[in-house]
Design a protein around this ligand. Structure first.
Ligand code: SRM
Ligand code: SF4
Length: 558
């Protein structure tokens, strides 16, 4: 590459190149007792190691007034393919959250957990403990392949187990190989970075984050259209035959910048189950080589595909594979949410999906979720599984144990969401304030309040049982995949949101802007009007609110 072209690269590209495979000066920064922060360039690198420097935004103004440095702390994110933890790992996680985090476990929209509030001086110990749990934080953030998602419930156990194995293989294959992680966090033997290499990524990794999800129809709980690569499992004669391959999905956008937009993944063909790892690698490498490294807002695979065309992209992928993808197979999705309550799998084991409000597992007065789940872990011999919608499955419960598990869950207020309206169980919000540095408005903390008000409207219009899909994010980055929701609020400023309408319950249609930069009152008034019309005018009880908005163009009215 010419030096002129090099000049145009984004600053993060220069940081990665100079980092000696993700080392930077992270180790030195951790050892500096004078500040709770690390060097700015290193903050770009620690992401690859699974940790973000943040500061408590609730305290920002006050600390600035008192001339104190911001209340720095780190968010730590684990890598758990398909979201599976053993009860022993759960108990370790419980202890970890209490000792090093803010006393809370945050279940994420990618089936894993985050701890918030880890102080710099304890970061190494916390990450080490996660490794002691036989997990890692490596490559959960940064310009690499992230946590691989997979539909977590196992009714079709043969196909499910096979698909989970593929998810694990993909995750393992696409992990960075640098020893920096072991050196910095696990006191691993120091190796000469010059003697190391990243066989897949190269020294500058990918232009941007890269995400893969596997869906097992009829469930689209992973929102398979929202990822750089989506794989839809195709079953034949009870076996996993292979996957329909989708490429170029993504949610992130920036307010006021039409060059950025959410996009649904394009179906580009079919591959056999044993070709899936190679297909993911080939797609990732096309993106490594052609993704935009100058403008990070334009660096995701979706833009590479939009700019160069789907045909070009498929040709490029197939030429690296050395074979062509087959024609996509038929499939049907029924829903993109979680299935609450008990499900029985083909082997007769039971799985209980529990609602985790806002994805936050924490002890609150009258609702000791963290302690309660610890109790469950002590008596449970199966697994815990995080869902892609920030909930939790107590998985693999024997028939004889069912009542006991349910009794504990109920005693602790850990019901399956039966006391809530259907839309409240499915609703999601991203973390947003106070930890997210990019939040423009509240999301997780605002969701219960908004839901209460929306519930009032739905009851008034006789729509209380309508399973409308509602999502809120504190900014347009789309962490709760809001552009797929039937009703979405996207934060614009404190107390102000864009209202998006018209997603589908199958997670296969983007919504559109209905109101821009409005207060809650204005948004609820508008929804009141639309819901009233929907109740009166819908074609049948089967027509969903999102479908109605699209059919009548109601969502486009401003
Ligand atoms: Fe996200 C950045 C939280 C899933 C798109 N996301 C962030 C950061 C790290 C803010 C930052 O960069 O400083 C947030 C940390 C908040 C905090 O305090 O914890 C954050 N994202 C989350 C989580 C925790 C939301 C949640 O409530 O569960 C999810 C963690 C997933 C995980 O376990 O890996 C999370 N983020 C997503 C998703 C959904 C998904 O992956 O299925 C998306 C949309 C899909 C996509 O990537 O297109 C998403 N996050 C973003 C973006 C926009 C990316 C883009 O292409 O424009 C950013 C900002 C960025 O990368 O610059 C972002
Ligand atoms: Fe933060 Fe925005 Fe993601 Fe919400 S959507 S967690 S506000 S980056």
């Amino acid at each position: 590459m010419s030096s002129e072209a090099n000049h145009e690269l984004s600053h993060v590209e220069a940081v990665k190149r100079a980092s000696r495979l993700l080392r930077g000066t992270i180790a030195e920064g951790l050892a500096d007792p004078l500040t709770g922060a690390i060097a700015e360039d290193d903050t770009a690198l620690t992401k690859f190691h699974g940790t973000y420097q943040q500061d408590d935004r609730d305290q920002r103004a006050d600390r600035a007034r008192r001339k104190l440095e911001p209340a720095y702390a780190f968010m730590v994110r684990a890598r758990i393919t398909g979201g599976v933890l053993t009860p022993a790992q759960w108990l370790d996680l419980d202890a970890l959250a209490r000792q090093y985090g803010s006393g809370a476990i945050r279940v994420t929209t990618r089936q894993t957990f985050q701890l918030h509030g880890v102080l710099k001086g304890e970061l190494k110990a916390a990450i080490r403990r996660i490794n002691d749990m036989m997990l890692t934080t490596l490559a959960t953030c940064g310009d690499v392949n992230r946590n691989v998602m997979c539909t977590p419930l196992a009714e079709v156990s043969g196909v499910h187990a096979a698909a989970c194995r593929v998810a694990q293989d993909i995750s393992d294959h696409l992990l960075p190989r640098t020893r920096a992680y072991h050196e910095i966090w696990l006191d691993g033997e120091r190796v000469d970075p010059a003697a190391e290499s990243e066989p897949l990524y190269g020294p500058t990794y990918l232009p941007r984050k890269f995400k893969i999800a596997l869906a097992i129809p009829p469930w689209n709980d992973v929102d398979v259209f929202a990822h750089d690569v989506g794989l839809i499992a195709i079953e034949r004669d009870g076996e996993l035959a292979g996957f329909n391959v989708l490429a170029g999905g993504g949610m992130g956008a920036s307010h006021g910048d039409p060059a950025t937009y959410p996009r649904l993944g394009t179906v580009i063909g079919f591959c056999a189950a044993d070709q899936a790892v190679a297909v993911c690698e080939a797609i990732m490498l096309v993106q490594r080589d052609y993704g935009d490294r100058r403008e990070r807002k334009h660096a995701r695979l979706k833009y590479t595909i939009e700019d160069r065309g789907v045909d070009w992209f498929v040709r490029e992928v197939e030429s690296r594979l050395g074979f062509t993808l087959g024609p996509a197979a038929p499939y049907e999705f029924l829903h993109n949410g979680d299935r609450f309550g008990w499900q029985r799998d083909a082997d007769g084991r039971w799985h209980l999906t529990l609602l985790i409000p806002g994805g936050r597992i924490v002890d609150r007065p009258g609702r000791p979720l963290l302690t309660g789940l610890g109790e469950l872990a002590r008596m449970h011999s199966g697994e815990f599984r995080f869902t892609p919608n920030q909930n939790l499955i107590v998985a693999g419960v024997a028939e004889a144990e069912r009542e006991r598990v349910e009794a504990v869950a109920r005693k602790l207020g850990l019901d399956a969401g039966e006391t809530l309206l259907p839309f409240q169980r499915d609703a999601m919000a991203c973390v947003a304030l106070p930890t997210c540095g990019l939040a423009m408005a509240e999301a997780e903390r605002y969701l219960p309040e908004f839901n209460e008000r929306l519930a009032g409207l739905l009851r008034r219009h006789g729509l209380a049982d309508e399973p409308i899909n509602v999502r809120i994010t504190g900014c347009p980055n789309g962490c709760a995949r809001p552009y797929l929701a039937e009703i979405a609020l996207i934060g614009k400023a404190p107390g102000r949101y864009n209202l998006m309408l018209g997603g589908s319950r199958l997670g296969n249609r983007l919504n559109t802007l209905a109101l821009e930069n409005q207060s809650e009152t204005r948004i609820l008034d508008h929804l009141d009007d639309l819901l009233g019309r929907f109740a009166r005018e819908r074609e049948s009880a089967a027509e969903s609110f999102g479908d109605w908005c699209v059919r009548t163009a109601a969502g486009d009215e401003r």
